[in-house]
Design a protein around this ligand. Structure first.
Ligand SMILES: [Cu+2]
Length: 368
């Protein structure tokens, strides 16, 4: 039987009991054999119920191994913006991880963050074994500074995902990257792919995400002490049902580039391109459109949906949309309006003859 009790779950959820509660939980869970079936038993991240579900997951047996080193870095966002942040392997976004359905990802996280900062990796949106989901203190103990943890799971759900830490406000640093699970049986017909990663950026420019959080925690009371540095007042959007966020971000990024020095996708007129749009932002929904084009939505959050043609998409934090677009001839802005915040992110699509070579290598081979 699983000995975790309601109080320890609540405390863990509040972060009060911290790792002590989790250690108690996983010790009893991994040793138990009947957990998960009794009416009072909770499913522990490494318990028998998780192992049983995992057994039913079919894999290819292929492994993809990689190392992700989380460490301080000075990154280049374009336009002379070079903030100091925390990043995986010195770059933001981190290097894309691409698997085929059923492959096993073996990712060693090396925590080189400063000031004894613990971390984790959460594989956002993907169905996987709970003990690899990277949500301390609930599904694992946080990975201590100076140590490593190896995530190992079968990715049997095709789709567009991303990953980021799930400790404190670290997801608002530069620690994120796309995770694409390709389906060899995919029936979508397209010539090329472009991953479009959206993010709201503050770190190393006006302050750190921890400083932002500290100010937000003081609420309106803190504003009497000399005004708000990070708090955004009056951001509203009817589309979002009112409140459009609380944080002032100096930059909004597409694929790690500021709007004045954007990422450029170069293609050919008439080609059909699959855009995999990911909102990795912490506090901003984006309204996304490609000038002069209509978008056909094919997937949301990794799942195929009945196709729907739109002229713009509202993408909330953590959401992903796959869309197909048939490219026209010319240069077109991909605009991601920071909904309700009077700011935007920008990338460019160039087609036709005389187009300059792409600066960044986001072009992908077709999966169809
Ligand atoms: Cu997430």
């Amino acid at each position: 039987m699983n000995s975790i009790n309601r109080r320890s779950v609540l405390l863990a959820g509040l972060g009060v009991a911290g790792t002590g509660a989790l250690a108690a939980c996983s010790n009893s869970g991994s040793g138990g054999t009947g957990s998960g079936s009794g009416s009072n038993a909770l499913v522990s991240p490494s318990g028998a119920a998780v192992a049983a579900a995992e057994k039913k997951r079919t894999g290819t047996g292929r492994q993809q191994k990689l190392t992700l080193t989380a460490a301080p870095a000075v990154i280049d966002l374009g336009g002379g913006v070079r903030p100091r942040t925390w990043a995986f392997d010195g770059r933001t976004p981190g290097k894309e991880v691409r698997l085929s359905v059923g492959d096993t990802l073996v990712a060693e996280l090396s925590n080189q963050l400063p000031d004894r900062t613990a971390t984790s990796i959460h594989w956002h949106g993907i169905a996987l074994r709970d003990d690899m989901d990277g949500v301390p203190p609930t599904t694992q103990t946080a990975v201590r500074a100076g140590s490593t943890f190896t995530y190992r799971f079968i990715a049997d759900a095709p789709g567009t995902y991303f990953f980021h830490p799930h400790v404190g406000v670290q997801l608002d640093r530069g620690l994120y990257a796309p995770l694409i699970v390709e389906d060899p049986k995919e029936t979508l017909d397209h010539d090329d792919e472009w991953v479009v990663l959206l993010d709201d950026w503050v770190d190393g420019v006006t302050g750190t995400p921890d400083e932002v959080f500290a100010e937000l925690r003081q609420g309106m009371g803190g504003m009497d002490m000399g005004g708000a540095k990070f708090m955004l007042m009056g951001a509203e959007s009817d589309l979002l049902g009112g409140d459009a966020g609380d944080v002032k971000y100096p930059y909004h990024l597409v694929n790690g580039r500021v709007a004045t020095d954007p990422d450029v996708y170069t293609g050919k007129p008439g080609k059909k391109v699959r855009l995999r749009i990911v909102n990795a932002g912490g506090d901003t929904a984006y309204r996304v459109a490609l000038g002069g084009h209509r978008l056909t939505v094919t997937h949301t959050d990794g799942f195929p949906v009945r196709h729907r043609e739109v002229d713009a998409l509202l993408v909330g934090m953590g959401e992903r949309y796959d869309v197909l677009v048939t490219l026209g001839d010319g240069v077109f802005p991909l605009v991601a309006l920071a909904e309700g915040k009077d700011a935007n992110a920008l990338a460019l699509v160039r087609t036709g003859s005389g187009a300059p070579r792409r600066r960044r290598s986001a072009r992908r081979s077709s999966t169809a």
